[in-house]
Write a protein that binds this ligand. Structure first.
Ligand code: FAD
Length: 352
């Protein structure tokens, strides 16, 4: 088989790059091993325009969130599935100081932050003492719907190699790339946390970070919201089912779910929720985060046929569509990749 671009990995990055290249009429093949612990399979899929305890507007959100929303909508039409839902984040203040910080931030910038008028409205469901604020619009992206549907579409078109990519089967020529019986013009790695050990890109400043989540069943919580109080509790498409997380561990022994997270999170839920719940799943993954919290996009300075789309950190749902589109436009039209995400900012490191 002869293709223009061979892609390794079908998490949200590989899926988005495949989508935009196909739209441009570029022929592709995707190698993916369908690992259950891939970051995109564990993620909540939240697009939140505000980050952290200081309620800072998320980097480039004005560009990436509308673009991502339109992309998920049009993919949803093509795949005949609902891939996103608009929500608001209800943020329960952990202290009077945090409530004051929120009120001050609303005065400075109320684009996404809003006072929540009915402070006692969530009393039947949650324990909270210091009120709540609202962040909107936010979105939930249903990765658990999107990724398998897109995988089936790739498979139906004969574009999927459902296997582990093996370097032993790769031949790098001056004017071509051969992988098994596939000949490609370019090879792009969208291999998530595995990129940390990628022979071409392992020198990039990755900062791997482990995160865990529970899936719980709990009846009767009010719809339309993602709830936050230390933990995030986000509604999944199946009624009464919620994603609960997460942890951010910079040092970890393995990528498996831990008893410590389970115990800590269920204790937190017992203290927070007034409704009974039961845990139905527990997952963990390594986030492909980067030291300076910016993605890695583009082609290797010394091996111009080998590219990367990675380093989405905690924000793959919003960043992947935008930067996959940039990379696809670079491949097809030669448009530049933005300096702040281009791997060429690490040319010196990558040339070692
Ligand atoms: C607990 C948790 C919660 C999160 N919540 C959110 C959230 O709410 N919102 C948000 O935006 N982001 C969230 N994230 C971050 C998000 O998951 C990532 O930014 C994003 O999914 C990364 O996507 P990716 O495609 O780069 O990597 P991945 O999803 O890891 O995909 C890589 C793919 O490549 C495959 N692969 C790797 N190596 C090989 C190989 N050698 N051969 C074949 N296949 C290979 C893997 O199996 C996988 O399918 C969360 C992450 C975690 C861990």
């Amino acid at each position: 088989m002869q293709v223009d671009v061979l892609i390794v990995g079908q998490g949200i990055c590989g899926t988005m790059l495949s989508w935009f290249l196909q739209k441009e009429g570029v022929s592709i093949a995707v190698v993916d091993d369908n690992a259950p612990g891939a970051s995109s399979k564990v993620a909540a899929g939240i697009m939140n325009p505000v980050t952290g305890r200081r309620y800072v507007t998320t980097w480039r959100i004005e560009d990436v969130m509308p673009f991502a929303r339109r992309t998920y909508e049009s993919m949803g039409e093509a795949l005949d599935a609902r891939l996103l839902q608009q929500k608001s984040v209800i943020d329960f203040f952990p202290s009077p100081q945090m409530r004051n910080a929120f009120v001050e931030r609303v005065k400075e910038d109320d684009t996404y932050l809003h006072p929540y008028p009915d402070h006692n409205g969530f009393n039947p469901y949650f324990h909270y003492e210091f009120g709540c604020g609202e962040i909107r619009p936010a979105y939930m992206i249903h990765f658990a719907t999107l990724l398998p549907l897109f995988r089936t579409r790739l498979s139906d078109k004969g574009q999927l190699v459902a296997d582990t990519f093996s370097l032993a089967d790769l031949e790098l020529g001056l004017d071509h790339i051969r992988y098994g019986d596939i000949t490609a013009g370019r090879l792009v790695f969208c291999d998530g946390a595995a990129g940390i050990n990628n022979p071409w890109f392992s020198l990039l400043p990755f900062a791997a970070n482990k995160g865990e989540a529970l899936i719980i069943h709990c009846e009767d919580l009010p719809g339309g919201h993602i709830f936050k109080r230390g933990l995030t509790l986000a509604p999944l498409p199946e009624p009464g089912t919620y994603w609960v997380g997460s942890s951010y561990e910079w040092e970890f022994a393995n990528d498996q779910p831990s008893e410590a997270f389970y115990n800590r999170t269920t204790a937190h839920l017992q203290a927070w929720l007034k409704k009974p719940f039961r845990v139905v799943d527990h997952m963990a993954a390594i986030r492909p985060a980067t030291l300076e919290r910016r993605p890695f996009v583009g082609f290797h300075p010394q091996f111009p046929r080998i590219g990367i789309l990675n380093g989405m950190g905690t924000k793959g749902a919003s960043l992947a569509p935008f930067f996959a589109h940039q990379l696809a436009s670079h491949i097809v039209h030669g448009f530049p990749v933005a300096d702040e995400v281009s791997v060429h900012r690490f040319s010196r490191i990558l040339s070692k």
